[in-house]
Design a protein around this ligand. Structure first.
Ligand code: NDP
Ligand code: HSE
Length: 432
């Protein structure tokens, strides 16, 4: 029987999920791999923490150096997160010719290109299925199942924490902070949850998806990134009345010009959109292939076991390659061959918008709002005013016809300066 020996850096939510899956499904994994997996070393940081029932004391250490220099380790599994020192550890492992499995989207989004080139030079594998959408096998689908097709668009919900929070606010009326706490307790959130609620984590994943789908090498700086921390309970309620739900979207579209439309932001989607029913920590990725047409993948995007399924399937793939002496067999990954894309400036994006103004209830206000928008070619499709206002501000909510974002933002900047405006305008895109 052949055996692969792994060293795992990190033993938190995902790491403990990996140990549990390797233990509970050992027999079937061994049968499918055609060999066994030995967890030779696990490295963590805090000596006082409990690591669950599937780790022996002899396996646990606190010195990454001992793991990285262990010649008996074939595969390094990086589930600690962050750019450094995780990046240096992965680089060291690849340089030593060891294959790497990682769940680290920040690292792959930022340095996937250099690390993949290094892996290819060293004849090693670098796998990262868990980095995007947790348990959904979307990287494999793009890399293997759709290799013959030309991808036109990838659109989805790729941050479980944000989707969980918005779902809880929408369905249970929970406050943002309470829902975030629940997501953290369930193990969905990043160590720094501002990455989740500010859109940064979804931007990392979209960067990876854009590389896999379009050969577009990471350009995080020019990617429009807005988090769900800008969404109020009032917006959820108004959206519902208009027949929409608010979802944390990530969108990558190939435009006829050859540029890419890349965006991460909360958006209103109609109730019959397939993404409208993806709730809680579920993720979904809707891929459109020129030949295939639409393809929707959905499943749990965060949490110990769903993520572990992706990590362990990568370990098995890497193991199969090792047994066949074919590590690094697939050269020409979009990460090593991709090019910096041209990205459409967000000012040129054209779509419909939901707008909410908080204004004093004075004569002529609606007319002035409509005029300021109309002068910038933003035309109104529907409008409601709510609240009775002597001293209280009222909300004016409207939906626009398709407009150019640059024009809309210019109109909103002018409106925000008007004397009757109490708070800056809120704008959310409507993704039809
Ligand atoms: P956790 O914070 O639960 O675990 C991180 C682990 O890394 C901990 O065991 C920690 O040690 C260890 N660690 C951190 N720094 C070091 C260091 N310098 N040296 C050694 N060990 C270190 O994170 P998660 O398990 O949630 O996430 C891990 C990775 O997986 C991240 O990249 C994350 O983005 C990704 N991911 C997470 C998902 C999820 O649902 N949680 C889903 C998909 C991907 P200690 O325990 O001692 O503090
Ligand atoms: N924090 C991430 C999320 C984990 O909530 O989606 C999965 O990548």
């Amino acid at each position: 029987v052949s055996k692969i020996r792994i060293g795992m850096i990190g033993c938190g939510v995902v790491g403990q999920g990996v140990l549990r899956l390797l233990h509970e499904n050992a027999k079937s994994i061994e049968a499918r791999l055609g060999g066994s997996i030995e967890v030779r070393r696990v490295v963590a940081r805090d000596r006082g923490k409990s690591r669950g029932p599937h780790l022996r004391d002899a396996q646990l250490g606190f010195d990454p150096e001992a793991l990285l220099t262990d010649p008996e380790i074939d595969v390094v599994v990086e589930v600690m997160g962050g750019l450094e020192p995780a990046g240096a550890f992965v680089q060291r492992a690849l340089t030593a010719g060891k294959s790497v499995v990682t769940a680290n989207k920040a690292l792959i989004a930022d340095r996937g290109h250099a690390l993949m080139e290094l892996a290819e030079r060293r004849g090693a594998d670098l796998y990262f299925e868990a980095a995007v959408a947790g348990g959904i096998p979307v990287i494999r689908v793009l890399r293997e199942a759709l290799v013959s097709d030309r991808i036109v668009a990838v659109r989805g919900i790729v941050n479980g924490t944000s989707n969980y929070i918005l779902s809880q606010m929408q369905e249970q009326g929970l406050a943002f902070e309470v829902a975030l706490k629940q997501a953290q307790q369930a193990g969905y959130a990043e160590a720094d949850p501002t990455l989740d609620v500010g859109g940064g984590d979804a931007a990392h994943k979209l960067t990876i998806l854009a590389t896999m789908a379009f050969g577009a090498r990471g350009e995080l700086q020019s990617l429009t990134t807005e988090g769900i921390d800008t969404v109020d309970a009032a917006d959820i309620e108004f959206a519902r009345r208009y027949g929409y739900v608010i979802k944390p979207l990530a969108v990558a579209r190939a435009l006829p010009s050859g540029a890419l439309d890349l965006r991460v932001h909360p958006a209103l989607v109609t109730k019959d959109d397939p993404l409208a029913h993806i709730n809680g920590a579920l993720n979904a990725v809707h891929i459109e292939g020129a030949a295939l047409g639409p393809c929707l993948l959905s499943g749990l995007g965060a949490g110990a076991l769903p993520t572990a399924v992706s990590v362990v399937s990568d370990i098995v793939d890497v193991g199969r390659n090792l047994f066949a002496q074919a590590s690094g067999r697939v050269a020409g990954s979009p990460f090593s061959t991709g090019r910096a894309p041209s990205i459409q400036p967000i000012a040129d994006y054209r779509g419909r918008y939901y707008l909410r103004f908080s204004v004093r209830d004075q004569r002529g206000v609606l007319g002035k709002l409509a005029t300021a928008l109309g002068e910038r070619d933003v035309s109104i499709e529907q409008m409601v005013q709510e609240g009775h206002g002597k001293d209280q501000p009222v909300s004016v909510v409207l939906l626009t016809h398709p407009a150019r974002e640059g024009d809309l933002r210019a109109a909103l900047a002018e409106i925000d300066k008007l004397s009757f405006v109490v708070e800056p305008a809120r704008a959310l895109r409507i993704e039809a």
